[in-house]
Design a protein around this ligand. Structure first.
Ligand code: GNR
Ligand code: NI
Length: 178
């Protein structure tokens, strides 16, 4: 197991449309385990593969609170097959936008089909925080970030604050040649 560095916006991998996973083997299972360890360490309630620089349709989630038993989910090739008309607003954050928060409105309930780490098809009926989180994570797989759901004014404020904070932290998040 390993804790991987989390990419911070703006980074081009966070804007990529991720490709489906075509076979699930030990490499994919190890990556999902490393993603869970990285998510718990952060700490966060979800993490999508592009956030660790891998443009593949994989994500992990665990919305259990710190004192409750863990409930890790490993999700491959998710598809939203139904979404409620009813919307739900939640103050979202993102590990790729450290310390930035904004209210985002999304469908209150979604049905998601996906493959688990054994390749078995699963169906998840999500509401509440689970629905918020899985939609946030699936967005990441399409290069969509939570700031894309808010006004350009608020987005501009967040990007400016993020840049300032990253400079203060001595990180420049430069894109490397490879
Ligand atoms: O840890 C996270 N918390 C969170 C809070 C509200 C809405 C969405 C999230 S997901 C976020 C982790 C993350 O960035 N996942 O992509
Ligand atoms: Ni995120």
């Amino acid at each position: 197991m390993a804790i991987l560095p989390i990419l911070v916006a703006p980074h081009p991998v966070l804007r990529k449309k991720c490709v489906p996973v075509d076979s699930i083997g030990d490499t994919e299972r190890k990556l999902l385990d490393d993603m869970l360890e990285t998510m718990y360490d952060a700490p966060g309630i979800g993490l999508a593969a592009p956030q660790i620089g891998v443009a593949k349709r994989m994500l992990v989630m665990d919305i259990a609170r710190a004192n409750d038993a863990p409930t890790p989910l490993k999700i491959i090739n998710p598809e939203i097959t139904a979404a409620s008309e009813e919307l739900y607003s939640y103050e979202e954050g993102c590990l790729s936008y450290p310390e930035q928060y904004a209210d985002v409105k999304r469908p209150a309930k979604v049905t998601v089909t996906y493959l688990d780490e054994t390749g078995a098809e699963q169906v998840l009926e999500a509401e509440g925080l689970t629905a918020v989180c899985i939609q946030h994570e699936i967005d990441h797989l399409d290069g969509i970030n939570f700031v894309d759901h808010i006004s350009s004014l608020k987005r501009g404020m967040i990007m400016r604050r993020l840049k300032k904070e990253q400079a203060r932290m001595g990180k420049n998040n430069k894109v490397t040649a490879d």
